[in-house]
Structures are given as structure tokens and as C-alpha cells.
Design a protein. Sequence first.
Length: 266
Amino acid sequence: MKKYALLIAVLVLGCTTAKQQSGPAITLSNLTADGKLFTALFQQRAAEYKALCFQAFNIAHIRVDEALLQPQSKPLAIVTDIDETVLDNSPYDVKQSLQGKDYEQKSWEEWTSLSKADTIPGALPFLKYASSKGVKIFYLTNRAEAERKGTLANLVKFGFPDAVNENLILKQTASSKEARRQKIAETHNIIMLMGDNLADFSALFDKKPENERMKNTYLSAADFGKRFIVLPNPVYGDWEGVVYQYNLKLKAAQKDSIIKSVLKSY
């Protein structure tokens, strides 16, 4: 009897499983968290991600050499973003996602205070090369002033060139980097800007709606790979924020609904 009871239980369980599999498609309850686990997997484990980074810095190397051949009226400078451009924060994204959470300023500052972010592939040797040729490196970031100590320690740990207070330009009030870029341009000829977000390059992309970001990307096409060196970041950025019309206070379910509404299928 026990044998038959066990057989019946297995059959019932199998039928239940089959019904679940043949029913409606599984609905993810938190795309912003679950999705970022998948994109962080790409950033951490995909050789293709590393290849894209190396490609960007190989092109950057060529552009520096070209600039060095030109007469200059001011000292040369490269202005680079930090997060996902020279430092890899994917462990933070993974930890948050595993807890079903998105970005939080408090937990972010706890992460940056640890100075544990690894380098983006190719970033360190490229910036060391540029520095060896007399090009000044400025680290222009929207990290907060409270993060200065941990940020500097992280850069210094790996030996990034010009990792000193005066070359680390943090966010004070405005998130736009335009005024800070212009300040650097008063004393230096900026031959290159590096970043993972289009707002790292021009005010044309500062909190603009999606259609304007697309239009301005086409208008700026000749600058990509020349003055603008873009690093891949599938995890976060204005590309995501613009989908929510920059309302990052939306709840996870609201973000999920918006994401599903804008994706193309057939």
C-alpha cells in the first residue's frame, strides 16, 4: 500500500508541475533587482565585456598619440568618470539585488568607504600611459563629498595617476558635470572624455528625454571613439532613468510595469 501511495503522490506532483509549466508565463516580481543580477553576471564573467573595455582603451591610446603630435596652447588633460569607467562596482549591485533592492545612497556610501572596487579592464594601463606622456588626469564623478576619502584610497591602492585631492572633482550641488568640465578647460586642453553615461561627455545629454538623447547621439556620432570614449554599463545609468522619466523614487512594481510597456516583442 505504501508503494502505491508513493506512486500516486509522484503522479499528482507531476500533474501539478505540468499544469504550472503549461500555464501563463512566469512573471518576475522585481525586474530592476532580478535583471541587475543578470547584467552584473555579464560584467563580471563575460569575456565579451572585457573585450569591449579593451577595445575602448585601445582606441583611446591611439587618440592620445594623435593629440601628442598636435601643437597645444595649454597642458593636455583627460577627464574621466570613475564608476564603471575606471572602477568596477558590480559587487555592490549584486549584493543589493540579492536582497531585492535597487540603489540606495546609504548602502552605496558604505560600499565606497570600503575602497574595494576592482579596476575596469584596461583602464589603469591606459591612464598610466597617458600620464607618462604628460597628460593630466582629472577624475570627474558624481560621488558625494562624503565619499572622498574612500574614493581616493581606492584609486591610490591601484596606483592610478594623479589620484590626489585637487584632481578628484566630486559632486557638490548640481549633478550636471558641464560646469566642472568647463572649469578644467580654463587651464587645460581636454583631449578626451571617458565615461559610461552620455552625460559624462556633454550637457546635450543632461536629463534629456529619450527622443532628445537619441537625436543628440546621432548628432555627436563623429565624437564617439574620437573625443568621447564610452565604456559599457548594462547595469545602470541614464539609459535606465530616462525610461522612468527620471523618477527614481518609483516602487519596483511601477518600474516593472514601465519596463514591460516599452519593450518590443512580436
